[in-house]
Design a protein around this ligand. Structure first.
Ligand code: NDP
Length: 257
C-alpha cells in the first residue's frame, strides 16, 4: 500500500473480468489509495466486477453504465459520475472492439463497416470520453488509454485494430495539446500481448505471446499488474511532466529488430 493517489477520484472504463487489463490497473490504483469509479457496457461485466470488488475488499464510489458507441450514454455516465463524486482526477480508457472475422487474413479485405466500427469503439471513444471527463477534471489530472505495437508496425492478423490503435495514439497527442492548458495530461500504455477476453479474438495470439519470451530483452511475459503499475505512474504526480506519450510495457520487445 502507498498513498500516491490518496483522495484522487479515478474513473476506470473496461473491466470485463479478472483477466482484463483494467482489473490490473484497478488493483494498482487501489493499492495507491485511489477512490475508484467504474463504467461498464454489459450488465454481465458489471456483475463480475461487483463480485471481484467484494472478493478483494475494494469499495467502488460508483459503478455506472456506459456504452462508448453512444454519445448520450457517455454524456449521461459522466453526469452521473459528477453527481456522485464531483471532481475527478483521472480516467482510465481500456476499451476496444473489432469484429473477430476482421482480425485474421488480409487487412485489404477489411469491410467499410468493420473499419468504422473498430475506429468508433477503439479510437473515437477516447475523444468522446475526454470531452466529458474534462468537465469534471477541474483540478487537472491524467487520462491513460491502452494501445498495442500493431499501431506502429504490421503485426500479422491485428489488421483493422492496428489502424484503429494508430488513430488512438494520434488522438492521444492531439488531445494532450487540447487539454494541457487545463492541467490535464493524456498518455497511452502500449502493452505487450496479454491473454484476455479481447485478445482471444485475434488470430495467432499464442505466437505473439511466445515470441516475447524468445526475443524481448527481458525474455518474459507481460501481465496485467505490470500494465497496472505503469498506468498508475502515468496517472500520478510522478508523471506530472509527461503528456502525449506512448509508454511501452512489453519487456522491451518494440526495440528489437
Ligand atoms: P477485455 O476484453 O478484458 O476488455 C475490453 C473492454 O472493452 C471490456 O470491458 C468491454 O466492456 C469494453 N468495451 C467493448 N466495447 C465497448 C463499448 N461499446 N462501450 C463500452 N465498453 C466497451 O480486454 P483487454 O483488457 O485486453 O482490453 C483492454 C484494452 O487493452 C483494449 O483497448 C485493448 O486493445 C488493449 N490492449 C490489449 C492487449 C492484450 O494483449 N490483451 C495488448 C495491448 C493493448 P464489456 O465487457 O462491458 O463489453
Amino acid at each position: 500500500m502507498n498513498s500516491l493517489m490518496k483522495d484522487k477520484n479515478i474513473v476506470v472504463m473496461g473491466v470485463a473480468n479478472n483477466r482484463s487489463i483494467a482489473w490490473g490497473i484497478t488493483k494498482s490504483l487501489h493499492n495507491a489509495g485511489a477512490n475508484l469509479i467504474f463504467t461498464n457496457r454489459q450488465e454481465r461485466s458489471k456483475q463480475k466486477l461487483e463480485k471481484m470488488l467484494a472478493e478483494n475488499d475494494i469499495e467502488a464510489k460508483a459503478i455506472v453504465s456506459c456504452d462508448v458507441s453512444d454519445d448520450d450514454s457517455i454524456v449521461k455516465a459522466f453526469q452521473e459520475i459528477g453527481e456522485k463524486v464531483g471532481t475527478i482526477h483521472g480516467l482510465v480508457h481500456s476499451v476496444a472492439f473489432a469484429n473477430r472475422d476482421e482480425l485474421k487474413g488480409e487487412y485489404a479485405d477489411t469491410s467499410r463497416e468493420g473499419y468504422l466500427l473498430a475506429q468508433d469503439i477503439s479510437a473515437y471513444s477516447l475523444v468522446a470520453v475526454t470531452r466529458e471527463a474534462k468537465k469534471l477534471m477541474t483540478e487537472g489530472g491524467g487520462i491513460v488509454t491502452q494501445t498495442y505495437l500493431g499501431a506502429e508496425r504490421v503485426v500479422p492478423n491485428y489488421n483493422v485494430m492496428g489502424v484503429a490503435k494508430a488513430a488512438l495514439e494520434a488522438s492521444v497527442r492531439y488531445l494532450a495539446e487540447d487539454v494541457g492548458k487545463y492541467g490535464i495530461r493524456v498518455n497511452a500504455v502500449s502493452a505487450g500481448p496479454i491473454r484476455t477476453l479481447s485478445a482471444k479474438g485475434v488470430s495467432g495470439f499464442n505466437e505473439k505471446m511466445s515470441v516475447i519470451e524468445e526475443k524481448a530483452p527481458l525474455r518474459r511475459q507481460i501481465d496485467q499488474d505490470q500494465v497496472g503499475d505503469a498506468t498508475l505512474f502515468l496517472l500520478s504526480e510522478m508523471a506530472r511532466g509527461v503528456t502525449g506519450e506512448v509508454l511501452h510495457v512489453d519487456s522491451g520487445f518494440h526495440i528489437v529488430a
